[in-house]
Design a binder for this molecule. Structure first.
Ligand SMILES: C[S@@+](CC[C@H](N)C(=O)[O-])C[C@H]1O[C@@H](n2cnc3c(N)ncnc32)[C@H](O)[C@@H]1O
Length: 318
């Protein structure tokens, strides 16, 4: 996540290590450390200590080349795949913001399934102060504004926020923020928090959920949608459903291969995380798509009406 890093011929590994130490974003820090290791020297055990780092390497803008590495992050291997160019981390929405937003705007999964379902769950928001966490290009924020809410949107991608800014034309407050960090708002700043399709990017729900709890008054509501754990587990082919684990996918958007990393967690872990953060679940929903999708997207409609895809929660601050 975050902006791409341009490499320089006079690569300053110590400088990059210093930047990594100062970085407040764990993913960015790991990416910077990986860079310092690759170009500034280090050992196999240094590489292993970084854990899973996925880097997408673009040697030449006209011919994107995706290289993946994790614990195989050895210098020899990386020297063979790295040229000078741009290095992008996983889930780098900046790299495909416009393409993502255009697809999200009209596709079956977002426009005819997730958005109508979560907005129905949210219900009447007139006069409420709403935080749209992981707001992306602002499609939900626009709908909330139309329904009379006062909206703040946060996202970790500056590229997605630019799109939201263009869409919302100053009608919502938009801020760059990472849900893995403390959020820049005072206690009880919002009546309602919406988190659409962002929780499955988070390795640990406890910090973000306790921040959401802090930002709500008693009785305030959190409404979220996330990958259905039966859907993502089935697609990964992993053995143990009960583990919380990350898995990678490659998305094709805007003519590029985009490295994505998601977190699977079992159903009970979601319930426990919400409860431990001080929420009482009032609705669990496995909705059906908008009936219009039947003619517009027959294959997606068939899939969405027969297989789990996303899971929706409404939870109240106890
Ligand atoms: C699948 S998109 C969903 C966007 C929008 N909520 C929607 O449903 O249309 C996921 C969004 O979450 C953002 N995101 C991912 N990880 C995040 C994090 N740690 N903190 C804040 N935003 C994050 C991404 O930048 C992206 O805009």
């Amino acid at each position: 996540m975050g902006a791409a890093i341009s490499l320089r011929a006079d690569f300053d590994a110590e400088g990059v290590r210093r930047l990594a130490r100062k970085s407040k974003h764990a993913a960015q820090a790991r990416r910077l450390l990986a860079l310092a290791l690759i170009y500034g020297g280090g050992s196999r055990s240094d590489a292993a200590r970084l854990g899973n780092v996925t880097l997408e390497i673009v040697r030449d803008r006209s011919r994107p080349f995706a290289g993946r590495s994790s614990k195989l992050l050895t210098q020899r291997r990386l020297r063979t795949v790295f040229g000078k160019g741009k290095i992008l981390a996983e889930n780098d929405y900046d790299a495909f913001a416009a393409a993502y937003d255009a697809d999200n705007e009209t596709n079956a999964w977002n426009a005819y399934y997730e958005r109508p379902a979560i907005l129905a769950l949210v219900g009447d928001v007139a006069g409420l102060s709403v935080l749209d966490a992981g707001c992306g290009g602002g499609a939900h924020a626009a709908a909330l504004l139309e329904r009379g809410a006062v909206v703040t949107g946060i996202d970790a991608s500056a590229g997605m926020l630019e799109i939201a800014q263009r869409r919302l034309q100053g009608r919502a407050r938009l801020l760059l923020a990472d849900l893995n960090e403390a959020l820049p708002f005072t206690d009880k700043a919002f009546d309602l928090i919406l988190a659409s399709l962002v929780m499955h990017y988070l390795a640990d729900w406890s910090g973000p959920l306790s921040e959401f709890n802090r930002l709500l008054p008693e009785g305030g509501r959190l409404v979220l949608s996330t990958h259905h754990p039966f859907m993502d587990h089935a697609s990964t082919g992993r053995d143990n459903y009960f583990e919380t684990y990350s898995f990678d996918e490659t998305w094709q958007r805007g003519g590029k291969d985009i490295a994505m990393r998601f977190w699977h967690r079992p159903l009970h872990a979601m319930f426990e995380a919400l409860k431990s953060a001080g929420f009482q679940i009032d609705i669990v929903s496995e909705p059906q798509p908008d009936p219009e999708a039947r003619t517009l997207f027959p294959r997606a409609y068939q899939s969405l009406t027969t297989k789990p895809r996303f899971l929706f929660f409404s939870a109240v601050k106890a």
